[in-house]
Design a protein around this ligand. Structure first.
Ligand SMILES: Nc1ncnc2c1ncn2[C@@H]1O[C@H](COP(=O)(O)OP(=O)(O)OP(=O)(O)O)[C@@H](O)[C@H]1O
Ligand SMILES: [Mg+2]
Length: 301
């Protein structure tokens, strides 16, 4: 089957007065793992639900290789999706999958196959109620894989995974994408999926804030410096006079200066005769950049 890009175009979803998704457009390409990121309430789940036909758009469209979910003949063979909280606690993983198998249109034997694919063969007969969060996430992925899809739509599938689980998910999704598959993985934490995604789509308040490769996003982090001096009064005066708004005095003996390098601050301190006990390059972290990009619209710069 040929590769399928996800295309979201001018998507808007209103619930009464609440605009959950607001004129949102982005694409997720085959061969790539795309992180769909935004704070709580940004509109991620709503967008993903519309994508797979669980909710209807107020305006705009969401398509797979140019076709809407409802126009695809056997959608589970094209798109596999997982949303949180979809399990009955009393059922075993195997029974959970066997409920879905006829809907998806696959044999029961496929249930054992997908459980093996996600490393859950040993736990297949245990009740889901006793599963750890990581095991539930694996079962969610197994459910999405039942119909052998080319596209995975995963809502918060990395949520709560320990480092070993994150590593496993990364290699699993990497192999899926390398094979030509398309992955759209939502998260409210960039740090949780940072090692897993190739591209990022960042939204807040239902609107697109940023779309690029993860590498391009990394290149957008601002440089910054932490400066220490034993002379608190001179440090504060120096930071204010030399760097103004870019400087924040974080503690009596420590100032953080944004948008500059250690060399620039060191040269200025030397020229002003400030006694320096520490000077380190501490640029904006990826998570800080994410917070800046998703900050409330009126304060975003
Ligand atoms: N069925 C609904 N009825 C009314 N409002 C809704 C409904 N579903 C979502 N919303 C609202 O739409 C907005 C976006 O919610 P959504 O669940 O899509 O956010 P999210 O990005 O998935 O957040 P989270 O990180 O918390 O999962 C929120 O303000 C939410 O309250
Ligand atoms: Mg959500």
């Amino acid at each position: 089957m040929h590769a399928q890009a996800i295309e979201v175009d001018g998507l808007t979803k209103r619930y009464g007065d609440v605009t959950a998704v607001d004129d949102l457009s982005f694409t997720a390409e085959p061969g790539r793992v795309t992180g769909f990121l935004g704070p709580n309430g940004a509109g991620k789940s709503t967008t993903l639900r519309i994508l797979v036909g669980l909710a209807t758009a107020t305006e705009g469209s969401a398509t797979f290789g140019g076709r809407a979910y409802r126009d695809i003949e056997r959608p589970a063979g094209v798109i596999g999706a997982h949303f949180e909280g979809a399990f009955h606690p009393g059922r075993s993983a195997r029974d959970h999958l066997r409920v879905y198998a006829p809907v998806v249109g696959v044999e029961d034997s496929r249930c054992d196959e997908v459980l093996a694919m996600v490393g859950m063969a040993d736990a297949a007969r245990r009740r889901v109620g006793g599963y750890s969060l990581g095991m539930r996430q694996r079962l969610g992925l197994a459910t999405a894989l039942l119909g052998n899809p080319r596209v995975l739509v995963l809502d918060e599938s990395a949520n709560g995974l320990d480092p070993a689980g994150i590593k496993w998910l990364r290699s699993f999704l990497r192999a899926f994408a390398d094979d030509g598959g398309t992955v759209l993985l939502s998260s409210h934490l960039l740090s949780e999926v940072e090692q897993t995604v190739d591209d990022v789509v960042i939204i807040a308040e239902g609107r697109l804030r940023h779309q690029s490769s993860l590498d391009e996003l990394r290149a957008m982090t601002r440089p910054g410096v932490t400066l220490r001096s034993p002379d608190a009064v001179a440090l504060a005066a120096f930071a204010r006079s030399r760097f103004g708004q870019a400087a924040t005095v974080e503690a009596a003996n420590r100032a953080r200066i944004a948008g500059v390098t250690a060399a620039e601050v060191g040269a200025a301190a030397f020229a002003d005769g400030l006694e320096v006990h520490g000077l380190s390059d501490e640029g904006e972290s990826l998570e800080e950049l994410f917070l800046r990009l998703t900050a409330a619209a009126e304060v975003a710069r």
